[in-house]
Write a protein of this length. Structure first.
Lengths: 301, 304
C-alpha cells in the first residue's frame, strides 16, 4: 500500500516534469527553439522564487484550495489506474466512476481558481470554462462506458484485462480521439483552454504570480499525467505488452498520450466559446452517443 | 537548497511584461522569438516591466497602474527598440536579486476615490449590488441584449496596455458575462510603423489569440502556419464589415501575404453584441493603422 502510494507520487512528479519538458520541446515542430530537460525545472524554480502580489479582497481559502483540489483530483484519478506491479492503488470495482467524479470536480476547481482573485478576467475565464467543460463531460462518460462494455465491469483493471486480445483503440476507434478532446479540456490546453487563454491575459491565472502560479501549473501538469495514464489503460491496454514489465509499458504508453496531447494543444486553434459550445452539442455529443451504441452492438454481436 | 533554487531560476528566461508605446509594436513582437526572454500575459507573472518607446502623457497613469501590478521587488527597463534587450534584462534581473535597481510603487495603495456611500452598506448601488464604491465599478443587474435574462452588467476601462488589445487603445466597456453590451473608445491605438501592418505580422497576431504560438512564429518568419483548425477556428461571418469580408477572409488574405485594403469600422459600433473572445479577434483582424484611423474618424465625427 505504502509502496503503491509512493509509486503514484513518483509517477505524478516525474510525469509532470516530462509533460513540462514536452511543452518546451514542441515549439521545435514549428521551427522554434526546443529547450532541454532542465528548462522545465528552471522555469519552475523561477516561478517559485519570484515574488507575488495579491488582488484586493481575494478569497484566500479558494485561492489555495483551487490548486490543491486540482492536484488531489489528479492523484485520486490516477489511483484507480493499475500503474504498479501490484495493480492500482485503489482497486475499485467502479474505477471509471471514481475517475468520472474527479473529472466533474475539475470544473469546480477551475471555477474556484477564477473566483478567488476578485477580478474580472479570471471570473470570465471561470464561467467560460464551466460552460464548455460541462458538455465535454458527457462524451467522456459515453466513451468510458463504451470501454466498460467488453470488460463487463466498471473497474479499470478489468478494462485492461479485456484488451488482452485486441486493444480498445482498435475495437472502438472513435474512443481515443474523443477522450483526447476530454483530456485537452481537463488540462486547460490549446483548443480547449477557455480558462487561461491569452485573450483574457491568462484568464483564471491573470492575477497570479510566484508560488501560487507554480502550484496551479503543477496541478495542470499532474492532471495531464493522470489523464494520460487513464487513456493508456482504457485504450492502449495499459500494462499489457511483451518482454518489458507491465509498469514500463504503462509508462511508455502514458508518455505517448502525453506527447500527443501536448502537440495537439499547440497545433489546433481555439474557436470562440459560443462556436465551441455549438460544435460540442451538435456534433460531439451525437458522435459519442453513436460510438456508445456501436460499442454495445459489437458486444452483443 | 534555497541557493540551488535561485541559481536554477537564473537559467529561466527573463519574464517581462511589455508596455508598448507608439512606433514600437514590431520591435516588441520580434521578442516573441527572442532567446532568453519570455513575454508574460500578465504583469503579475513578470519580474521586469519593459517600457518600449515614449509613453504619451495621457497613458502615463495607466502605465503606473500596470507598473504597480508587477510584484515587488521589480525593475523597469526603458527600451527604444534598438538592438536585443536580452543582456540588459539579464543584468537587471541579477541586480534585482542583489536588491538593487528596485522600482518602488508609483501610486499610493489606496482607493481611487473617496468613500461615496449610498445604501445600507454604503456600497453606492442598490441593495448589495452596483455602484462605484471607492471608485471600483461593481456589477449590477441590467436588461440583456440576447435572451432577456437580466444578468449583471459590469462597466470598466480596458487598455491601453492590455495584452490582447492593440497598444494604446482604451475602451470603456460594459460587459454582461463576457458579452459586450456597450462600448466607447476613450483613446485610439498608438500610431505604428508600416511593418506592424505587414500581412505576416497581422496574421501572427491573430494566430496568437487563437492559442497558436508556434504557428504564429512560423507565419511571422514568412512561412505557412502548419496548424490545424487555424483559419476555420474563426466562425464564418464573424466580424463581417461587408458581405464576404469577415475575419476569416482577412486572415486567409494575410496568410497569402495580401495586405488587403480593409477600412475598419468604429470599435464603438462593431463591438456591442460580441463575446469577449470574438471582440478581441475582431479588433485584431484589422491592421493597427486602420483601427487608429477608424477611432480618429469617429472622434472627429462626434466633435462635428
Amino acid at each position: 500500500m505504502m509502496i503503491a502510494a509512493l509509486n503514484l507520487l513518483a509517477m505524478l512528479v516525474l510525469g509532470a516534469w516530462l509533460a513540462a519538458t514536452f511543452d518546451r520541446m514542441a515549439p521545435a515542430l514549428w521551427g522554434g527553439r526546443a529547450r532541454g530537460p532542465l528548462a522545465a525545472l528552471a522555469d519552475g524554480a523561477a516561478m517559485l522564487t519570484r515574488p507575488a502580489t495579491g488582488t484586493e479582497k481575494p478569497d484566500a481559502m479558494l485561492r489555495i484550495g483551487a490548486p490543491l483540489l486540482y492536484l488531489v483530483l489528479a492523484a485520486v484519478g490516477l489511483a484507480v489506474v493499475p500503474i504498479g506491479p501490484a495493480g492500482a492503488l485503489i482497486e475499485s470495482p467502479v474505477g471509471i466512476v471514481i475517475w468520472g467524479s474527479c473529472e466533474a470536480l475539475i470544473v469546480i476547481a477551475v471555477f474556484m481558481h477564477g473566483w478567488a482573485p476578485n477580478s474580472p478576467f479570471p471570473l470570465i475565464g471561470a464561467y467560460r470554462y464551466a460552460a464548455i467543460a460541462l458538455p465535454v463531460m458527457l462524451p467522456s462518460m459515453f466513451v468510458l462506458i463504451a470501454a466498460a462494455i467488453p470488460a463487463e465491469s466498471l473497474s479499470v483493471t478489468a478494462i485492461v484485462e479485456s484488451q488482452r486480445e485486441v486493444w480498445n483503440v482498435v475495437r472502438q476507434p472513435l474512443g481515443l480521439p474523443l477522450f483526447v478532446l476530454v483530456g485537452l479540456t481537463l488540462t486547460l490546453r490549446g483548443p480547449m483552454d477557455y480558462a487561461d487563454g491569452l485573450d483574457l491575459a491568462g484568464g483564471t491565472s491573470a492575477e497570479q504570480g510566484g508560488r501560487g502560479r507554480a502550484l496551479w501549473q503543477m496541478a495542470r501538469l499532474a492532471m495531464l499525467v493522470a489523464f494520460s495514464g487513464m487513456a493508456a489503460a482504457v485504450f492502449l491496454g495499459g500494462p499489457l505488452g511483451p518482454v518489458l514489465p507491465g509498469p514500463v509499458w504503462l509508462w511508455l504508453k502514458t508518455a505517448l498520450i502525453m506527447a500527443v496531447v501536448v502537440v495537439l494543444g499547440q497545433a489546433v486553434g481555439r474557436t470562440p466559446p459560443a462556436n465551441m459550445l455549438k460544435l460540442l452539442w451538435v456534433f460531439g455529443l451525437p458522435i459519442s452517443f453513436l460510438h456508445l451504441v456501436a460499442a454495445g452492438a459489437l458486444a452483443l454481436w | 537548497m534555497g541557493v540551488n533554487l535561485v541559481s536554477l531560476a537564473r537559467r529561466a528566461p527573463v519574464s517581462v511584461y511589455p508596455c508598448i508605446g507608439p512606433e514600437m509594436l514590431p520591435a516588441v513582437e520580434a521578442l516573441w522569438q527572442a532567446r532568453g526572454i519570455r513575454l508574460s500575459a500578465t504583469p503579475r507573472d513578470a519580474e521586469i516591466l519593459l517600457v518600449a518607446g515614449e509613453i504619451p502623457d495621457d497613458a502615463r497613469p495607466a502605465l503606473d497602474r500596470v507598473h504597480d501590478q508587477v510584484p515587488p521587488p521589480r525593475a523597469v527597463h526603458h527600451w527604444a527598440g534598438d538592438g536585443d534587450p536580452h543582456d540588459a534584462l539579464v543584468a537587471l534581473r541579477d541586480r534585482l536579486a542583489r536588491g538593487e535597481g528596485l522600482s518602488p510603487d508609483r501610486q499610493p495603495d489606496e482607493p481611487p476615490n473617496e468613500w461615496r456611500g449610498k445604501g445600507d452598506n454604503g456600497q453606492g448601488g442598490k441593495g448589495m449590488m452596483g455602484g462605484v464604491p471607492y471608485g471600483r465599478p461593481m456589477a449590477m443587474t441590467d436588461d440583456d441584449l440576447r435572451d432577456g435574462l437580466a444578468l449583471d452588467a459590469y462597466s470598466a476601462q480596458f487598455g491601453p496596455f492590455a495584452p490582447m488589445l492593440p497598444p494604446g487603445l482604451v475602451l470603456d466597456l460594459t460587459l454582461q458575462g463576457d458579452v459586450i453590451v456597450k462600448a466607447a473608445v476613450a483613446a485610439p491605438p498608438f500610431p505604428q510603423p508600416p511593418e506592424a501592418s505587414r500581412p505576416a505580422a497581422c496574421a501572427a497576431r491573430l494566430l496568437r489569440l487563437l492559442g497558436l504560438d508556434g504557428p504564429a512564429a512560423r507565419v511571422a518568419a514568412g512561412r505557412s502556419p502548419n496548424a490545424f483548425f487555424a483559419v476555420r477556428a474563426v466562425p464564418a461571418g464573424l466580424g463581417a464589415a461587408a458581405p464576404g469580408a469577415d475575419i476569416r477572409s482577412r486572415l486567409r488574405g494575410w496568410l497569402a501575404d495580401e495586405p488587403g485594403t480593409y477600412q475598419a469600422p468604429d470599435p464603438a459600433q462593431m463591438l456591442p453584441g460580441l463575446e469577449w473572445h470574438e471582440a478581441v479577434l475582431t479588433l485584431a483582424s484589422y491592421t493597427p493603422d486602420a483601427l487608429r484611423l477608424a477611432c480618429l474618424a469617429a472622434a472627429e465625427g462626434r466633435a462635428a
